[in-house]
Each structure stands twice: as structure tokens, then as C-alpha cells.
Design a protein around this ligand. Structure first.
Ligand code: NAP
Length: 301
């Protein structure tokens, strides 16, 4: 029987584990893939206090080791269901675990464009991670689609790797930070393609070009060998919908104290309904959710 089971080993879940272990609670972290969550794909973190120049990988690895060294159990198993009761139960693809509390730190996954052949061409020109796959496109022409911070950061990274970068955005204003846009405008190998959507992927077994369609319905072919899709994230909470209240987009409904609609089940990080999804707010949620879980356990002793 655990005191706290944390579902997800991204920055919010791992921060929750630190707080849980420092309060001497028995903590299990369950992660479907690998530790670090989305931050692992960030080349350089520049907006986390007192860590002005650390890579996402180093940040995640340091955090993971910190959590392990504190004596947290960590298992790489996908959670498929949670059950409420006096003892809560977490069911994974490999087994089931009992706990007094659960913290959902399930984060988000990449949103797809939803166009023909997108799935088929993943790894053959279509990618959702510039820092993972950018190296394959050295001196080639590539495009990034999206207008948020991820798209801007991906484009900046790719400008230093690829021959030419097209940044395709469906509006003429970016959602991401102005500072990043300014940095991009200083690059001499970027072309901004505004008010346009990628509507077709061409190529036999590998991507060779995309068709973009502008607001007037005009099509243009752009010859590229890599398309980096950065059109936002979607939450991964459908497995919990029976028990936990989700909003229309699938985010877990919980106020700043991270309490879900079920007593003893908390949520932290990007999976929660919130305005600002950043590393620093993920860490903050991790601390709050664990503090609330610890209080819940101690009040029931
Ligand atoms: P995001 O901020 O939600 O931006 C998604 C972008 O994709 C938007 O520009 C959106 O266009 C566009 N888009 C959405 N669906 C589309 C579609 N079907 N076709 C074409 N374009 C589409 O997502 P994100 O950039 O992944 O960032 C997610 C969160 O992480 C944000 O809160 C972001 O600030 C944060 N983040 C922070 C950092 C950092 O602090 N270093 C780095 C990366 C991400 P519209 O603008 O027209 O809606």
C-alpha cells in the first residue's frame, strides 16, 4: 500500500514525488514512456528561475535522479484505469497498485494536423520533435507548422541545422513570445508563410513536398524533406473520464489547490485546466498537489 501514487514522470509529477518523499510518504511514480515529459524535447530552457541555460534533457535527468535518490519507487508501466474507494487502486498494463491518494500528472501529447498520410509519414519526413529529429535534416529544406512557442523554438533550432526553414502559420500573428519571433526575424534562412494551412503531404515513401492553402483558397507547393508539426498539445485523460471530471477539451477540472472532484485524487501540471502551461507552473502544481495529498493522508491517520 502506497501513500501517494503519481501517474506521470514529467516535471510536475516528479516535483510532487520530491515533496511526498520529503514528508516521509511511500511514493510510487508510474510512467508509460520515459521520464521528463515534454521538457525532454526542449533544447535549452531559458525561463526557469536560476537555471538560465540548461537543456531539457539535463533538467529532466537531474530531476529524475533527485527523485530516485530520495527513495521513490518508479515503474515504467502505462496506467489504464484508476478506481476510487477507501483504498484507491491504480491498474496498469502490468499489474495493480493500492494507494491512499493519487496524483494525476499525465501531461499532454502532440496534437496532429489530421491530414491524409500524416501517420504514414511519421519518421519519413514528418516529425513532432525538432530537437530529436532535426539532425536528420542537416543542409536540407524543412518546414515548421504552428505559431506557438514550440513552433518558434523549433524553427529557431532548425535554422541552425537545415538549409532553409519555412514557418507555416494559419494566422499572421504568433501566439508565442515576441522575443522568439524577433530572434527568428534575424535569421537569413527563414521564410514566413502566413495565413496558410498545410493541406497535403506529397512523396512516395518519404515526404518530398507539402501543399499549403491560404485563406483565399490558393494552393502553393513547398519542396521540403522534413515537416515539423508543432500545433499544440492535447491532454491524455480519457482513461479517467468515468471517475474524474474533465472539461470539453479533456483537461482535468481542478482549482489552484489541485483537488479533483474525487476526494484524495489530485491533479498537477499540464493535465489540469489552467491558463499558463510552463515548466515553472508544472513544478508549482507538483508542490501544491503533493502538499494537499500529504494533508489528506495525515488528517485520516
Ligand atoms: P500552443 O501555444 O497551443 O500553440 C499551438 C499553435 O498551433 C497555435 O499557434 C495554433 O494557431 C496552431 N494550431 C493549432 N491547431 C492547428 C491546426 N490544426 N493547424 C494549424 N495550426 C494549428 O502550443 P505549443 O506551442 O505546443 O505550446 C504549448 C504550451 O507550452 C504553451 O503554453 C507554451 O507557452 C508552452 N511552451 C513553453 C515553452 C517555453 O516556455 N520555453 C516552450 C514550448 C512551449 P492559433 O495561434 O491560430 O491558435
Amino acid at each position: 500500500m502506497y501513500d501517494i501514487i503519481i501517474v506521470g514522470a514529467g516535471p510536475s509529477g516528479l516535483t510532487a514525488a520530491i515533496y511526498g518523499r520529503r514528508a516521509n510518504k511511500k511514493v510510487l511514480v508510474l510512467e508509460a514512456l520515459s521520464y521528463g515529459g515534454q521538457i525532454i524535447n526542449t533544447l535549452k530552457i531559458e525561463n526557469y528561475p536560476a537555471a538560465p541555460n540548461i537543456s531539457g534533457f539535463d533538467f529532466a535527468t537531474t530531476l529524475y535522479n533527485q527523485v530516485k535518490d530520495l527513495g521513490t519507487d518508479i515503474k515504467f508501466e502505462k496506467v489504464i484505469e484508476i478506481k476510487d474507494g477507501i483504498e484507491k487502486e491504480v491498474i496498469t498494463t502490468k499489474g495493480s497498485y493500492k494507494s491512499k491518494t493519487i496524483i494525476l500528472a499525465t501531461g499532454c501529447e502532440n496534437r496532429k494536423l489530421g491530414i491524409d498520410r500524416e501517420e504514414e509519414l511519421i519518421g519519413r519526413g514528418v516529425s513532432y520533435c525538432a530537437t530529436c529529429d532535426g539532425g536528420f535534416y542537416k543542409d536540407k529544406d524543412v518546414a515548421v507548422v504552428g505559431g506557438g512557442n514550440t513552433a518558434l523554438e523549433d524553427a529557431l533550432y532548425l535554422c541552425d541545422v537545415a538549409n532553409k526553414v519555412y514557418l507555416i502559420h494559419r494566422r499572421d500573428e504568433f501566439r508565442g513570445e515576441e522575443g522568439l519571433v524577433d530572434k527568428l526575424k534575424e535569421k537569413n534562412n527563414i521564410e514566413f508563410v502566413y495565413n496558410s494551412n498545410v493541406t497535403k503531404l506529397n512523396g512516395d515513401d518519404k515526404l518530398s513536398s507539402v501543399i499549403v492553402t491560404d485563406k483565399e483558397g490558393n494552393d502553393k507547393e513547398i519542396m521540403i524533406s522534413g515537416l515539423f508539426i508543432a500545433v499544440g498539445k492535447i491532454p491524455e485523460n480519457e482513461n479517467f473520464r468515468k471517475l474524474i471530471n474533465l472539461d470539453d477539451s479533456g483537461y482535468i477540472i481542478a482549482p489552484e489547490n489541485c483537488h479533483t472532484n474525487v476526494e484524495g485524487i489530485f491533479v498537477c501540471g499540464d493535465a489540469r485546466v489552467k491558463e499558463v502551461r510552463q515548466l515553472v507552473t508544472a513544478a508549482s502544481d507538483g508542490a501544491i498537489s503533493a502538499t494537499e495529498a500529504i494533508r489528506y493522508i495525515n488528517e485520516r491517520k
